[in-house]
Structures are given as structure tokens and as C-alpha cells.
Write a protein that binds this ligand. Structure first.
Ligand code: GDP
Length: 489
């Protein structure tokens, strides 16, 4: 109907505008079809071409996935010594998952899009609790690598002979290839794309190197980053990417909603918490607090008073939370009451910030009479990314943040990027301090809902020299929180 906005019209569409397929078992993964009920922001509609390509990718995942004839044949290639001459009908991208949960979601989304662009099957490392955290996204197959995978990928490093950067450095492939190796096609290549990667590893983002990799049956990728902005700079992918994402800044938004569905126990805790503390409020404000400062003697347990000041200044300057009246409740019995309640959801490894914010709002009334209540689901104190329960709590909190009406995030943090991507809300980003003092301004509205590619390459492959890649095309810019990073806007 014409009188409804897009968001009202498909606000309760459990298939998320066609991102999700009908026919999955609902009971074993409730979050898949219930996500839409808790995420009313539905202003971004996936393109019909994206939907078409997702269906094609699903068919490929099924045709070539674990247990199929194609898969067995491809694995045989890894075991045989004369592999180079054998043919395969499916090519694979195996992602070795690691790092914190936000990073993992960004790396999985990046690898998925790369697999889709290059017609590969995406498979993930089964030993990193992925199965405990997320339901299977593809119908009729699994995205977890079977346990009989023959390569000892855990031992691959940046300097292993199978590493692409290393092959480049030793001129096994590329422009300066040793003639005797012409036509050389290894059965697999290891792509080292972690944040501390080097010049030769980064050649992955060059057109010619993509041409070479196209014919390699197995790519084994290690990354902890959202590298999609650099895919937008590779000429041969540009047309396809614009067709897939006519709204360029919604890449992660759609991919995350398509790929990630928390398992039942996580989803039940998310729903329970939402219903108990957030559902009744007139407005919800999510504040994601991530401290990267090294703790000094004076600031135990991640307590940085300037960060507290930054949170409150940001929220109040931007009118996301009401100001506090300087009169206390006893002195101002006639203070205006407007019956409005704002529920603030904070997430942090420390409980100190939420306690302090709650204390400030409970000691004094607000100027407009709004009640402010502060909730924080957990305070884990330390990051423990190899602990299953810890990761499950972290995922629940990313989803809770994504359900709020307004989002304030900590710059530099992929935890916040994941939440903003799922929600589709443009966050206010709190900048990281340079000098242990509150930055001025304390926060700024983000340019887009896309995550930042932190350690983006700065090499212009065509010109063969370093260049400012934040100025090559209008839709890839430097990030507001990481000046050397790149993001799609
Ligand atoms: P980043 O390091 O901020 O980019 O985010 P990551 O998610 O990649 O890594 C941080 C990890 O620390 C998370 O995955 C959690 O394990 C933990 N962590 C950080 N902040 C929070 C938080 O607010 N709540 C919970 N439960 N865990 C957190």
C-alpha cells in the first residue's frame, strides 16, 4: 500500500526482504525467523540481484559442500602430490577463524562476499565454536569444514612456503615469475591477511593477483579484518559489487542479517533480557563502551573518569539522553514528570561506567522529567576469546545493542561495528583519546553504517606505488575513527 513507508510495510517480514529462505527448521534456530520482530528498523532493502546471487551461492554450497562428490574430489587434490594437473569442478575458500567476536563477524562476512564474487564455497574452521554461536546459514549443507580436512592449516604462518605473500616475495608467482614456473598452479594457497600483514601479502588486493588466484582450487585465508572496502577498489569486482549493493553502505548490514543467526540458548537470553528491561521503555539507547587504554596504577579495572565524562557529554550534547537537573529530588518536589522512560543498555567489560551513569541519574531528576534506567547484562572484566561461555555472552550483547533505538559506540571497536551493522542505525562514535583526556568533540555521527577496514593497504596496484586509496573513488573513504583505515560510505 502507498500510504505505508517501506519500514512499516515489511517491518515484520520474517524473511528480511527475501534475504532469508523459507523452509529452514524453525525450532532448532529460533533467531532466524524472529530477528525481524526485534529489529524494527527496516529501511534498507536488499537488491533483487543480491537475492538472486545468494540463491546461486546457496546452490553452490550445497553442490560442493562437505560430503559431496565434488568435495571429496577436491580434497583428494590436497592429498596428491601431482595435484596441479587434476581438475576440480568446485573451488573453495577456507577461513581459519580467530580473534574477538566482532572481528570474527567482520572476517566471516568479508570472506563470504569474496567467495560469492569468485564463485567459491565458503567453509569455516569448525574448532572455533562457530557451531555453538551461530546456526547454519545455508540450507541443506554445512559451512563447517569437516574434521578430516587433510592440511595442517593451524601451522601455516605468513612466512610458510604456501603463503601467497611469501610466494610473491620469492617470485614464484606474479610479474617477475621465474619462466620455468610459468603455468604453475598450486592446489592451494594460504592468504595471510591479519592486521600485521606486509607488502607482499597485501598484493592479494591487486587485480593481477586476483587473476592468478582465480585458478587455485583451495584458498586458505586467515584474517581478522573487514576487508570489503578494498574489494571495491579492484576494477574487475566493481560492476558486480554495484549491482549487488546499489546502496553501497549497506553491505555488511545485509550480509550480517543473512549470515548470522545466534543459536537458541543465546537467542533466548537475548529475548529474555530485552523483554525484562528494554521492551517497556519509551526509548532505548545502546552505549557500547570499549576501553583500549593500557591500565595504569591509578586506573584499576578499566576505570577511566574521562571516558565516563565522554559518554555523558556525547549523550547529552547530542540530546540522546536528557541533562541532569542540578537540584536534587528533595529540593524540587514539583519537578516536572513526563512519564517517559529511557532504558540505557550499556555493554562493557567493566561495570563501573554503568554504575556511575545510573548513580548520576538516580541522584538527581532530569531537566525534562524523563526517567533514565541503566542496564548492563554482564561485566566480564577481561577479554577471553577462547572461552565459549564468554563468547556467547558477547554475542548476546552485540544483538541486544542492535535492538536499541539509538546507538553510541566506541571508535576502533569491531564489537560496535557488528552491532551497528545488524541494526542499520548510524551510530555516534566516541573517539579514542590520544592523551588520556576527553576528546573534543566527544563523539560524532558516523558517515555510514559500514565497518572500518582497519589496516587497509595503501598501494596503488596500477601505478605500482603507494597512494591515498581513500581518494580513489567517492564511495571509499578514510574512517572517522581510524584515520588510515578505509570504509564504504
Ligand atoms: P574489538 O576488540 O573491540 O574490536 O571487538 P572484538 O569483539 O573483536 O573483541 C573484543 C572481545 O572482548 C569481545 O568479543 C568479547 O569477548 C570481549 N568484550 C569486549 N567488550 C565487551 C562487552 O561489552 N561485553 C562482553 N560481554 N564482552 C566484551
Amino acid at each position: 500500500p502507498d500510504d505505508l513507508t517501506a519500514s512499516q510495510y515489511i517491518g515484520y517480514d520474517k524473511f528480511l526482504g527475501g534475504l532469508l529462505q523459507e523452509g529452514f527448521d524453525e525450532v532448532s534456530c529460533r533467531s532466524r525467523y524472529q530477528f525481524a520482530r526485534y529489529h524494527k528498523n527496516f529501511t534498507r532493502i536488499p537488491s533483487s540481484y543480491l537475492l538472486e546471487r545468494l540463491r546461486r551461492q546457496e546452490a553452490l554450497q550445497k553442490k560442493c559442500g562437505p560430503g559431496t562428490k565434488s568435495y571429496k574430489q577436491a580434497v583428494k587434490l590436497l592429498r596428491s602430490s601431482q595435484g596441479v594437473n587434476m581438475t576440480t569442478d568446485c573451488n573453495y575458500l577456507f577461513l581459519t577463524v580467530h580473534a574477538g567476536l566482532g572481528n570474527r563477524m567482520l572476517e566471516i562476512a568479508s570472506a563470504f562476499l569474496y567467495a560469492l564474487l569468485t564463485n567459491r564455497i565458503l567453509l569455516l574452521d569448525r574448532y572455533q565454536e562457530i557451531g555453538d554461536l551461530f546456526c547454519e546459514p545455508f540450507p541443506g549443507t554445512s559451512w563447517l569444514m569437516p574434521s578430516d580436512f587433510p592440511l595442517n592449516y593451524g601451522e601455516f604462518t605468513q612466512s610458510s612456503p604456501e603463503s601467497y605473500g611469501n610466494m610473491q616475495q620469492n617470485k614464484v608467482v606474479g610479474d617477475n615469475t621465474d619462466r620455468s614456473l610459468a603455468g604453475f598452479r598450486p592446489p592451494y594457497v594460504f592468504l595471510y591477511l591479519d592486521g600485521n600483514y606486509e607488502f607482499h601479502d597485501k598484493l592479494f588486493f591487486c587485480e593481477d593477483d586476483q587473476q592468478f588466484l582465480q585458478d587455485v582450487p583451495w584458498l586458505i585465508m586467515r584474517t581478522d579484518m573487514y576487508f570489503i572496502p578494498s574489494l571495491f577498489l579492484i576494477p574487475s569486482y566493481q560492476d558486480e559489487l554495484s549491482r549487488l549493493f546499489p546502496e553501497k553502505d549497506a553491505v555488511f548490514h545485509h550480509l550480517a542479517r543473512y549470515l548470522f543467526h545466534p543459536t537458541n540458548s543465546i537467542w533466548y537470553s537475548v529475548k529474555g533480557y530485552y523483554r525484562s528491561y528494554l521492551a517497556k521503555a519509551n526509548k532505548t539507547v545502546g552505549i557500547q563502551i570499549r576501553i583500549f587504554e593500557k591500565e595504569g596504577i591509578l586506573q584499576k579495572n578499566g576505570r577511566f573518569p574521562y571516558v565516563l565524562e565522554q559518554i555523558l557529554s556525547c549523550a547529552q550534547n547530542e540530546k540522546l539522553l536528557p541533562e541532569i537537573s542540578m537540584k536534587d529530588e528533595a529540593e524540587a518536589p514539583t519537578a516536572t514528570k513526563n512519564n517517559q522512560t529511557i532504558a540505557v543498555l550499556t555493554t562493557s567489560l567493566s561495570s563501573w561506567y554503568s554504575d556511575q551513569i545510573q548513580k548520576k541519574y538516580s541522584e538527581h531528576p532530569t531537566v525534562d522529567g524523563t526517567r533514565v534506567e541503566v542496564y548492563q547484562p554482564s561485566h566480564e572484566e577481561y577479554q577471553r576469546s577462547k572461552n565459549k561461555k564468554h563468547n556467547m555472552k558477547a554475542l548476546a550483547e552485540i544483538y541486544l545493542l542492535s535492538m536499541t533505538d539509538v546507538l553510541i559506540t566506541s571508535g576502533f571497536s569491531t564489537f560496535g561495528y557488528a552491532a551497528q551493522g545488524l541494526s542499520g542505525l548510524t551510530p555516534w562514535i566516541m573517539f579514542r583519546s590520544e592523551n588520556h583526556a576527553m576528546p573534543d568533540p566527544p563523539c560524532r555521527r558516523a558517515m555510514s553504517i559500514e565497518p572500518c577496514f582497519h589496516q587497509a593497504p595503501f598501494y596503488d596496484c596500477k601505478a605500482k606505488r603507494n597512494a591515498d586509496l581513500g581518494k580513489m573513488v567517492p564511495f571509499v573513504r578514510h574512517c572517522e575513527d581510524v584515520s588510515w583505515g578505509l570504509k564504504v560510505v
